[in-house]
Design a protein around this ligand. Structure first.
Ligand code: FRU
Length: 324
């Protein structure tokens, strides 16, 4: 009933205009719809540190019961994350890290390990003295740094390799721009992209060049999320990807545990895995099935609400008739 206390979960998202983050919010909303006693307040910082800091301060001032932060850049968001935690608000950090241990828990996959697995995969396709084009995510965000370090570590014995780094900022459009300056007639043997959208940009650029006609180029990305990279792996535009779960479901579950006063671990790991073409095709089928189920659940929920309304209406009308 309305008298029951509603708990407010504030979510500060660094941006929303990409498939991976939209999937995160979708998972958040589906998981949250299992509970009647929570209300979500979602803020979109639109890729701007100052805006994210301001929005987090608003959520602190509003005294949300739980705060979830998906930081834009790690350093700039550290201070305000600490402010929230010190104000006594249980604070969940997800995806990108902040440089402090003043938060309640971190939910996310291990990006160093993702990079390491990608490096081991790459080793199978790298000829001697290969040149690797590495398309970085935003260098000031922890997943880019960790995906780079893990990849390097897996290939540390390959002193013959050459790296050509570019910074794609995690974005397809930025990667498209940077890739214009890359001369693919100078040998590029392999593309390691920190996410799938930038990997797709690399494939498109490569295919558009006359100078490389007939040549093959192995390109890998990360995320393997539906409506973006997963389709690209399934249809062969990207050779492989590595699953980077959004954690939308887990952050809400964790929030509920904290609301119930339960202890949670300081790190809640999300599992990853290699996604080649066959795996991508299977995952796509699965994700379609899941969204069908979800739709059926929603239809049933709506039907139930309709029935309930009719019932209350009947009850009210009966009450009035009795009074008369
Ligand atoms: C989405 C994204 C993902 C990437 C993650 C890293 O905004 O760029 O592609 O895996 O953020 O924080």
């Amino acid at each position: 009933t309305d008298k029951e206390k509603k708990y407010v979960i504030g979510i500060s998202q660094c941006m929303l205009d990409d498939a991976w983050r939209q999937e995160m919010i979708r998972e958040v909303e589906i998981e949250a719809s299992n509970y009647d006693n929570i209300q979500l307040v979602i803020k979109d910082a639109d890729s701007n540190n100052d805006r994210q800091i301001k929005q987090i301060r608003e959520l602190i001032a509003q005294k949300v019961d739980i705060l979830i932060i998906s930081p834009f850049q790690s350093d700039p968001i550290t201070g305000v994350a600490e402010e929230a935690y010190r104000a006594g608000i249980p604070t969940i950090i997800t995806d990108r890290k902040v440089n402090t241990d003043q938060y309640t828990t971190f939910v996310g996959a291990d990006n160093y390990e993702l990079g390491f697995t990608a490096g081991r995969y790459a080793a199978r396709y790298l000829p001697p003295h290969a040149t690797i084009l590495e398309i970085w995510g935003m260098m000031a965000s922890s997943p880019a740094q960790e995906r780079h370090k893990g990849f390097q570590a897996a290939l540390k014995d390959r002193t013959d390799l050459a790296f050509r780094p570019i910074e794609g900022d995690w974005r397809y459009d930025v990667a498209v721009k940077c890739l214009k300056d890359i001369d693919f007639s100078q040998p590029v043997d392999f593309v390691y992209s920190h996410n799938d959208m930038m990997a797709i940009a690399a494939r498109e650029r490569f295919l558009a060049l006359d100078s490389v006609r007939g040549r093959e180029l192995h390109i890998i990305g990360m995320d393997a999320v539906a409506h973006a990279g997963l389709e690209a792996v399934a249809d062969g535009r990207i050779n492989a990807s590595f699953l980077y779960p959004t954690g939308g479901e887990q952050v809400i579950r964790t929030a509920m545990q904290l609301i119930r006063g339960e202890q949670v671990d300081k790190y809640i790991p999300l599992l990853s895995g290699q996604v080649d073409q066959a795996a991508a095709q299977t995952l796509l089928l699965q994700s379609e099935r899941l969204s069908n189920y979800q739709q059926r659940i929603e239809t049933q929920r709506n039907r139930m609400l309709e029935l309930l309304n009719r019932f209350y209406f009947l009850q009210d009308s009966l009450g009035i008739i009795m009074l008369l």
